[in-house]
Write a protein that binds this ligand. Structure first.
Ligand code: TXA
Ligand code: MG
Length: 319
């Protein structure tokens, strides 16, 4: 792990190389420090969850260095989004719109939308430009801890779990970005650096999904993707029901059985690879016209906790 000065072009180049080869970089934005990976490398994105120690997958914000780069992420630029981008970007406003199919589902936790913002910080912008890819990043703190607003905070929290920390001093805004959903009626998902009143001056009324006075949206607010097909765990000795179309979500390798479809998460048993593939595999199984999905349990270590959290939710929904 190294802490490098964000003001040095050489340091930015080094950090960009780490991103390009699938590593993680902590970097300053105007709001808080982010823990970033190439948004188009699913395994690198999976590593973010591993390093933060998140017990579940949350959808991440993708950071761009130019408003034109949103065409790689969103299906369409809504006219409301265009006006808000003109007014508030670069800045602490994150917009949520339907995603292009190329955006890996580990970035969006399986949702059909992706959150994007252009940060107003020279170090963040230089890093994204140099890496030539949008950077997916949550705040650079371990799960359950305060968001970091200095490089020292990142160092204390994540220490040697991150390859490079770019030091850009104190984050000038200090609170996270405002998150606004624009897939349909405009909805405030998280209050933040841009006051909702200023957003309403540009696009008219915004629905507050939150009660006034509540500081921060809990991670539970955005709805998470869950398969509509019933899902159960494949336990030892359990017979596959006869006469039903059953799909298998396997961890390491296919099991014997009358399965219509089999998705293998990681032949080598690598939990990071399994996490990176999880949502895509669930979507494929869910659209295969099955009556039931049987899921193999994965080891509960590292990213295995988050994978099992997702599978248990899917299983409990249909219990
Ligand atoms: O200021 C910020 O936004 C910082 C800096 C690093 O950019 N990032 C940040 O990321 O706060 P994070 O992961 O701590 O919070 C992201 C928020 C979460 O509330 C998440 O649920 C929401 O954005 N979000 C992300 N993608 C979403 C989506 N597709 N639909 C709904 N909510 C989404
Ligand atoms: Mg956070």
């Amino acid at each position: 792990m190294v802490v490098l000065p964000g003001s040095s072009p050489e340091a930015i180049r080094r950090a960009a190389e780490v991103i390009e080869r699938g590593g993680l970089v902590a970097f300053p934005t105007e709001t808080v420090y982010g823990l970033g990976a190439d948004a188009f490398q699913p395994r690198a994105v999976a590593a973010i969850f591993e390093i933060k120690g998140r017990p579940r997958f949350d959808p991440l914000i993708v950071h761009v260095a130019d408003p034109r780069d949103v065409v790689r992420l969103w299906l369409e630029v809504d006219p409301r989004a265009r006006r808000l981008m003109e007014r508030f970007w670069p800045g602490p406003l994150t917009l949520v719109l339907p995603k292009r199919p190329e955006v890996p589902e580990i970035v969006t936790a399986g949702l059909r939308t992706v959150a994007v913002r252009m940060p107003a910080h020279p170090v963040a912008l230089e890093l994204i430009r140099e890496a030539q890819t949008p950077i997916a990043a949550p705040s650079a703190n371990p799960f359950g801890r305060l968001s970091p607003t200095t490089a020292e905070h990142v160092l204390e929290g994540l220490g040697d779990r991150v390859e490079v920390i770019l030091d850009g001093g104190r984050c000038p805004v200090g609170v996270e970005s405002t998150v606004l959903a624009l897939d349909g009626e405009a909805r405030l998902l998280r209050p933040g650096g841009v006051p909702v009143e200023e957003i309403e001056e540009v696009i008219g009324p915004v629905r507050r999904a939150l009660r006034p006075g509540r500081p921060q949206a809990p991670g539970g607010l955005p709805r998470h993707y869950s398969p509509r097909t019933p899902l159960r765990f494949l336990e030892r000795g359990v017979k596959v029901p006869q006469g039903l179309k059953v799909g298998l979500l396997a961890f390491r390798g296919p099991q014997q059985g009358p399965f219509e479809v089999v998705e293998v998460l990681s032949p080598s048993g690598d939990l990071r690879e399994a996490a990176a593939r999880l949502f895509e595999a669930l979507h494929r199984l869910d659209s295969a016209g099955l009556d039931l999905i049987l899921a193999e349990a994965v080891p509960e270590e590292g990213l295995g906790f988050a994978i099992m959290d997702r599978l248990r939710r899917a299983a409990s929904k249909t219990a």
